[in-house]
Write a protein that binds this ligand. Structure first.
Ligand code: GLN
Ligand code: ZN
Length: 762
């Protein structure tokens, strides 16, 4: 009876690690304090898994920041600018790489596959000298062992590590990173030898890049790596763990023919074709299959009966003693423990399982396979599944009907964009190079306090409305003073661009402690979409109307788009994501139409997270983009030509989806541009035609730096070289919520000055 957990959240049930890290960084706590909190967390996690009965318990899945950065430390791959002098890497060097220090900026961070977790991108150069510089994997293994828990140490696999790296600054972009394989393997060998020496009997290599579209050269690297490691690995059981999608047939063939490997971990939740591949290609005899059947990416209770039958079928293929029940991925991507949810009602709670509960599910499935089924546990689970299926809180026939009726049409505005822009211009009468901002203005401590107290009913509705109105008035007056053309209300009533809408829509639930690590000490608390989504009443019309009444300039209505709401939530798994997205789109559509009816002529629908929902495999991209873009169009296909629809996207790397962005058919898009070396503009340079209005951000709001008017004007001139003057807008990269007024005032003043100067010159 074997059970396995791929990895576990590190933050702790109440974000203990976050607070310990931040106190340490602030100099309030010593490194010993931080280490103590961390070792307590590790030991409680190991004990919890051991008590639950898990056989293969992971170690080295804890991290002070990020597991890829840990691997960089293990390999001594510290970029030169951190002036590391060799030896064991300490907190100083480690956190400098993660967060930068007074003199050197941090290393780049990027998304871990299609999750909202960010890793630190290794920077490698041809002449880098690797050295064994962090014994963390071994230390953690021993630490667990001393507690009486024999664990499976987990390492980021060598090929995945290299495929996630980038060439260091100054190194040619085409530098073949895989050529470093032979240089990092000796370090892996040292680690393996020490782990063996310490008594490890299993070792897990996470190689999730195997689920991507790899070419034969990249696949060959796996064969090379694990053949090279074969001798070192002899005497150990070796697991190659994959997750987030199925492993394509070629890659499956490659890894299952590796001699050194004794077990393979596959994602059976997102890897919808995994079962077919195993059935058709066969499974190597005598090896272990780690079946990732409990979802590591979501918060739903497992359907145990259905999982059990899948597992039984697999048992028929791989043999009884060779099947291990596992999670689909590390549990890092789900919330930690349902026990701490005091505000969710019992019915909804019965439908959920966070990391701690998933551990119990994995074990229950393993026991059931071994003929020791916990009948009470299984029948409680079956009852919860049934209640979820039949609950009127989940199913709203009206919404289902409305969403079903969307099929077959592609929902486009009747007039083409250039004609619409003409009609809008007659109404709005904007100057050339119109100026605007993305929505939020600085969020002061005072504002946060007022919102919190209002939520806790500590201040009256009347006082709350008065305060927010004053804030909006302040923001409106400032923008008029700066002479911005299209204003925003500043979003003082919102604490988060998804939560704000989720709280007002039906079908959403919110947790108190359902935090998921996003990067470093940062966590997000995604809403849970459990039922059909509808909008009981208008969500933003009141505040937008209040704001519009304070100025004669156009005031942008400000909404979060359906795809972004979807991608930043825990989404129900009982219907396709596209269907949930269409439902949200219908609610946002109602809001758009109410705003229009209330006299709001410019409405921005943010789709900040559209790009990040892109599937890991090329073959699935078109389908996603089709329903995602369609959902966006649904929200605004019904407005008049004279109503101007804006959208906004942060983060760059849009070049590959530019045609989908065009297909969104917004009237104006504001888009991140300044941090990405103007990558965006290169698409237009290459001849892509964009007829709608476009505002590539003219300065980076993520930095406290204040751009000069000249600098901004130069930027805009560069844009004018590739974009028509009558479609170009002037705006920052993103919302200003994290900035201070002391930065925002001069920056926006300079931005408007730049626009005016250019208008005068042209
Ligand atoms: N309107 C939002 C804001 O300005 C957009 C935020 C975002 O794109 N992440 O804060
Ligand atoms: Zn943004």
């Amino acid at each position: 009876m074997a059970s396995h957990i791929v990895g576990y959240p590190r933050m702790g049930p109440k974000r203990e690690l976050k607070f310990a890290l931040e106190s340490f960084w602030d100099g309030k706590h010593t490194s010993e304090d931080l280490q103590k909190v961390s070792s307590d967390l590790r030991s409680s996690i190991w004990k919890q898994m051991a008590n639950a009965g898990i056989k293969y318990i992971p170690s080295n899945t804890f991290s002070y920041y990020d597991q890829v950065l840990d691997t960089t430390a293990m390999l001594g791959a510290v970029p030169e600018r951190y002036s590391w002098n060799g030896g064991e890497i300490g907190f100083d060097t480690y956190f400098s790489m993660a967060r930068g220090n007074a003199s050197v900026p941090a290393m780049e961070m990027t998304k871990w596959f299609d999750t909202n977790y960010h890793f630190i991108v290794p920077e490698l150069s041809p002449n880098i000298k690797f050295s064994y510089a962090s014994r963390k994997a071994v230390t953690e293994y021993k630490e667990a062992k001393a507690l009486g828990v024999d664990t499976v140490p987990v390492l980021v696999g060598p090929v995945t590590y290299l495929l996630l790296s980038k060439p260091a600054k100054g190194v040619e972009k085409t530098f073949p990173l895989l050529s470093l394989l032979k240089h990092i393997l000796p370090i892996y060998k040292e680690v393996i030898a020490e782990l063996k020496e310490a008594g490890a009997s299993w070792i897990q290599f996470d190689e999730p890049t195997l689920v991507k579209d790899l070419d034969s050269h990249q696949l060959k690297a796996f064969t090379e790596a694990y053949t090279e490691l074969e001798t070192s690995l002899s005497g150990l059981n070796v697991l190659i763990e994959t997750y987030f999608a199925d492993v394509p047939a070629e890659a499956y063939k490659t890894i299952t023919s590796l001699k050194a490997i004794s077990g393979f971990g596959f994602d059976l939740v997102r890897g919808t074709k995994t079962l077919d591949v195993i059935k058709s290609a066969g499974f190597p005899s005598g090896k272990y299959l780690f079946a990732g059947i409990v979802d590591g990416r979501n918060i739903w209770a497992n359907d145990l009966a259905s999982s059990l039958s899948t597992l039984q079928a697999l048992e028929g293929i791989v043999g009884k003693d060779k099947l291990v029940v596992s999670t689909s991925s590390s549990l890092l991507h789900t919330a930690v423990d349902l026990v701490n949810e005091t505000k969710l009602d019992d019915e909804i709670k019965s439908w959920l399982a966070f990391a701690a509960q998933k551990v119990v599910e994995v074990n229950a499935l393993a026991k059931a396979l071994a003929g020791q089924k916990d009948e009470a546990f299984f029948s409680a689970n079956a009852a919860a599944q049934a209640s979820r299926k039949s609950s009127p809180r989940v199913t709203n026939p009206q919404v289902q009907k409305a969403a079903a009726a969307l099929k077959g049409s592609d929902h486009r505005r009747a007039t083409n964009v250039s004609a619409r822009l003409d009609a809008q211009q007659k109404k709005l009468n904007l100057p050339l190079l119109p100026t605007t901002t993305i929505g939020s203005f600085p969020q002061t401590i005072e504002l946060r306090r007022v919102r919190r107290e209002y939520k806790a009913s500590k201040i009256s509705e009347e006082d709350y409305v008065k305060t927010i109105k004053e804030e909006i008035n302040k923001v409106v007056k400032i923008q008029e003073e700066f002479d911005i053309d299209v204003l925003v209300h500043g979003e003082p009533e919102r604490n988060d661009m998804v939560e704000y809408f989720g709280e007002q829509l039906s079908g959403f639930a919110f947790t108190v402690n359902g935090w998921v690590q996003s990067y470093g000490s940062r966590c997000v608390k995604p809403p849970i979409i459990y039922g059909d989504v509808s909008r009981p009443k208008a969500m933003t019309v009141f505040w937008s109307s209040v704001a519009q009444s304070m100025t004669s300039r156009p005031m942008k209505g400000m909404l979060t788009g359906p795809v972004t709401i979807l991608n930043w939530s825990f989404v129900r798994n009982d219907q396709p994501r596209s269907e949930t997205c269409y439902q949200i789109a219908l609610s946002i559509k109602q809001e758009v139409e109410d705003l229009e009816a209330a006299g709001i002529n410019v409405i921005q629908i943010d789709e900040a997270a559209l790009r990040e929902g892109l599937p890991l495999r090329k073959s699935e991209e078109a389908f996603y983009l089709d329903w995602a873009v369609h959902s966006f169009r649904i929200t605004n296909c019904g407005v008049k030509d004279t109503t101007q629809i804006h959208t906004h996207m942060c983060y760059s790397n849009f070049n590959d989806i530019i045609h989908s962005i065009i297909d969104m058919d917004a009237d104006v898009i504001t888009i991140e541009n300044s941090r990405s070396d103007e990558k965006l503009l290169s698409v237009f340079r290459e001849g892509v035609k964009y007829g709608a209005g476009i505002g590539p951000g003219v300065y980076d709001i993520h930095s406290p730096r204040i751009p000069s008017a000249e600098e901004i004007a130069d930027r805009v001139k560069k844009m004018l070289a590739v974009l028509e003057i009558n479609v170009l807008w002037v705006n920052p990269d993103c919302g200003l919520k994290t900035r201070k007024y002391a930065e925002v005032k001069p920056a926006l003043t300079n931005m408007v000055a730049a626009a005016k100067q250019l208008r005068a010159e042209l």
